[in-house]
Ligand binder design. Sequence first.
Ligand code: APR
Length: 180
Amino acid sequence: MEEPLIELVLGDITEQKTDAIVNAANSSLMGGGGVDGAIHRAAGPELLLECRRIAEEKRRQGRSPCQTGEAVITGAGRLPCGFVIHTAGPVWQGGGQGEPELLASCYRNSLVLAEEQGLRSIAFPNISAGVYGYPKEAAAEIAVTSVKETLRRMPGIKKVVFVCFDDENYTIYQRILGCR
Ligand code: APR
């Protein structure tokens, strides 16, 4: 099996043309700031409508729209990608509340959903490394490690793009991925 391609980009995830882009959402799925806000702005109102329908259905089942570490897939509205995979990262609370495993679950469950949908390429932002305050180095290490580990079990996924929005994260990922 040929190795999947792992790319690093400094830019805006809403411009990525991968089959799916991952949104660093929150458990309500009702949008927010940061990359969540950027994705909803670029996708247009139909994305929020679909998220609201999913949230209402989950609540009818007595479930949270998107538990921390879980992933939910929707269409992409006006975005150039095909799907948006929403995942809720952990809020950093010092590292003793299971944050590392919950963050790894965001990457793992997003890839599982993409594979189940037969998608071949997916772009990730730096989940939890913004408002949720996860230390950037640790978050990047978990992102790369969990993606590489999960890809071994996802033969259908041929390309993963890590999208950094700022130089600091980009430099961290360059060092971890060994691509200077
Ligand atoms: N493209 C790519 N990355 C982006 C973009 C963008 N357009 N905009 C912001 N980012 C980056 C941030 O710079 C940060 O590195 O995404 C990373 C994640 O930051 P946040 O968006 O703050 O996400 P997170 O830390 O996971 O917090 C999630 O914030 O917006 C709310 O509703 C969201 O409650 C949730 C929380």
